[in-house]
Design a binder for this molecule. Structure first.
Ligand SMILES: Cc1ncc(COP(=O)(O)O)c(C=O)c1O
Length: 425
């Protein structure tokens, strides 16, 4: 069969960004002919024994309780499972001195779904035919935003400014407020903090500046906190979640060890939450109740927040250090390579300025030495303008072992040396 597809059908039947590259990576690994690869492409979190044990224990408690039948044998409310909503309210009200009620929380089937609901409820064409944009204030950002809008022309991203430390071979992106447009044409704003792919953490002040700009036009701001405290707490620098009338604080339990159960959590103004809740009812009714019930236990007991700070964060923090130290030791000093400040998330982000080939070609060179990392150009959804920088970056996952990361970075340094030599001969 070859059915004619609608505009939405065409849009949603395409894989965007990194998912398209993943196909090439899977084929490379499958057809490796016995060649061993160090795979630094994964976004799937490492299964840490303490984290797995926590989820196993919560599951056991659920199995042993009278609640079990009610949880898995019945439908529930689209807003979410009450004990999980209560656990989130209690945790956040105590931790951040808030006054959240149950109307401020929505549990979704993973946070990706939440961005799809928001991008299409607040962005896209209004009944009078005006286009409301989904604004990504700092590009690069999460590749998954590239697929969330049913009207792809709604997605607009802005180039950042760069803080450069040439001697240390480090850099950091910052939102460029001189360019950023948030106005009557804006439907909503989305950004990740800490950021996938760069590990950047936009400062508290910058978040508030964006939120204030948006508030003056009644525009919701979704702060994608998939890596933020209190769980999974994958920030390596101080940061405070910001709350406000137009801020939707969006969380995910995926990097806290539960990606298979699809739990996203939105915290925000009740009117915004109600809109997203209706969207979810129409899309899938609700998230897995089994996942929600074990999450309720892990959050209410305080164990998830503990494990995040004492196990999950140190695990990746050690690895970003290995990545930094190995690159500092192995990379030639005379080529303009810059590693993004490792402020959080589970990735390193390397910028190879003046790279004499594209990021895709460099990815192919790396494959020759048995290393797979993700070409950076897939992480600029919504950024239409030409910018060489887009073809000069690489995302390096911290999910491999420390030894693998060190070995891969040594090989990468050799490839970089060889590739840049072509510039001088
Ligand atoms: C920044 C960011 N946001 C959202 C998601 C989607 O997460 P979830 O599993 O909650 O849908 C990811 C997944 O990698 C991510 O990195």
């Amino acid at each position: 069969m070859n059915p004619a597809l609608s505009q939405f059908g065409l849009q949603m039947s395409q894989l965007t960004g990194v998912r398209a590259i993943m196909k090439d990576i899977i084929e490379t690994l499958r057809n490796s002919g016995g060649k061993e690869f160090i795979n630094l492409s994964a976004g799937n979190p490492v299964i840490l024994p303490e984290v797995e044990q926590l989820w196993r224990n919560c599951t056991q408690e659920l199995l042993d309780s009278d609640e079990y039948g009610e949880v898995v044998c019945r439908y529930g409310s689209s807003q979410g499972y009450t004990p999980l909503i209560e656990a989130v309210i209690k945790d956040f009200n105590t931790r951040y001195d808030l006054e959240l009620s149950d109307r401020n929380i929505l549990i979704t089937g993973g946070s990706q779904a939440l961005y799809l609901y928001a991008a299409n409820a607040f962005g896209g064409y209004t009944p009078s035919g005006e286009l409301r944009q989904v604004v990504l204030p700092l590009s690069p950002d999460y590749t998954g935003y590239g697929g969330v809008s049913l009207t792809p022309e709604a997605l607009v991203a802005y180039k950042p400014t760069l803080d450069l430390n040439e001697d240390k071979h480090r850099f950091k992106y910052r939102p460029d407020f001189s360019q950023l447009q948030i106005n009557q044409q804006t439907g909503c704003v989305i950004f990740s903090r800490p950021c996938n792919p760069t590990g950047n953490v936009i400062s508290d002040d910058e978040v508030n500046k964006i939120a204030n700009l948006a508030a003056s036009h009644d525009v919701p701001v979704l702060v994608d906190s998939a890596y933020a405290p209190p769980f999974p707490a994958l920030n390596f620098t101080d940061m405070n979640p910001q709350f406000g009338d137009n801020i939707i604080h969006c969380m995910s339990l995926s990097k806290a060890g539960l990606p298979g159960e699809r739990i996203g959590i939105a915290i925000g103004d009740r009117k915004l939450i109600e809109i997203l809740e209706s969207f979810q009812t129409n899309a899938c009714i609700h998230s897995s109740r089994y996942g929600q019930a074990i999450a309720a236990r892990a959050i209410a007991s305080g164990k998830l927040a503990d494990i995040a700070v004492n196990v999950i964060r140190p695990h990746y923090q050690r690895k970003i250090k290995v990545l930094e130290d190995t690159l500092d030791a192995a990379m030639p000093k005379d080529i303009p390579w810059y590693l993004h400040q490792g402020e959080g998330a589970i990735f390193g982000w390397l910028w190879l300025k003046d790279l004499p080939m594209t990021d895709w070609e460099f990815y192919q060179e790396l494959k020759q030495v048995g290393v797979i990392a993700v070409p950076g150009s897939t992480f600029f959804p919504g950024l239409k303008e030409d910018w060489q920088h887009k073809q000069q970056c690489l995302r390096i996952s911290l999910t491999a072992t420390e030894a693998e990361i060190a070995e891969a970075m040594k090989r990468l340094a050799k490839v970089a040396k060889k590739v840049y030599q072509t510039l001088t001969v």
